[in-house]
Design a protein around this ligand. Sequence first.
Ligand code: ARG
Length: 393
Amino acid sequence: MKKVVLAYSGGLDTSCIVRWLKERDWEVICFVADLGQGLGKGEDLAKIEGRALAAGASKVYIKDLQDEFIEDFILPALKANAIYEGKYLLATALGRPLIAKYLVDIAHKEKAQAIAHGCTGKGNDQVRFEVTAGILDPKLEILAPVREWEFKSRDEEIEYCQMFNIPIDVTKKKPYSIDRNIWGISIEAGILEDLGQEPPEDAYMITKAQTHQVSYPKYVEIYFEKGVPKKIDGKTYKLKTLITHLNEIGGLYGVGRADMVENRLVGIKSREIYEAPAATILYTAHKELECLVLDRELAHFKEIVALKYSELVYYGLWYSNLKLALDAFVNQTQKNLTGSIKLKLFKGSCVPVARSSANSLYKKELSTYGKEDKFNQKLAEGFIRIWGMPYQK
Ligand code: ARG
């Protein structure tokens, strides 16, 4: 029998896929990646496993990949300040290559000749899964049933599951398509497709209307060591706890929402909203510390790198040589990135208000307008003359 490893979420689509592949003579092994989407809390892991088996899977792997996700994917993106089109902090995009890597690993272990995913033919995620798998093992076959199957609606899929006694939750359809992990939430479809409409409050999951209830600001100080966040308000946390904690605080103050029309890789523009409180707080603080520590040329060049880096992540090119090379550059820039940034969170905003670092290049005696001024203003005259010389006729 042919064997395939499927990226399984436990939802309707991927549950149908298990059966659909089985009907086409595939032995299906399901892989559930825990990236902090709330498995084991809201959703019961045993329930997901049971559903996969009921759908016809021969085996189910469930792996908690949160630490690896943070260490090997989130941190490099944070150090690079990678933001797609000025707004999207790439939570979904960063998770895909990690899931793909495990699909390939499990395929090798299980001697499967194929991997499968539940993405449609219109999105970025299919590209990310397949390009990553192609880089890691070009010999693996890739199956994308949703791109070719006969189901035209959610109701048809529900009927299919009922026919095969697959226990899905046939509660009312969620009005949005949601992808969630520890770094953020991506929300699309439904009313959001109407560009003339403000996203309804119920579309947001972790930055709810509480925004409007907190009428005083919150200060939070983040301490970084070589570009890696280590402490909140002087207290050391493991990264997973630190991020979880900042998601809670940020969420309470409505920090980290984005509403954007983005350019998808497949040529479509789409309207999506995002929630990423911890990511927003950490990006803001990290960038601010760089303002203090990096010299001008390095800081400016790093912005160009950030732009390129975000494209590579978005385009599914995590395992490309260019991304690897940019990591080396970015890591080099983080050697002195140790220090603290204090931020003020208030009604959705997150702004730096105080900074300190032993590696700061800020010299008050040079910038001051007070009487301690050590800047030799006489030198400015010659500097300006020579600087402007090439442009004079
Ligand atoms: N547009 C985002 C990306 O390409 C999110 C895609 C997944 N979103 C979702 N709601 N399923 O990374």
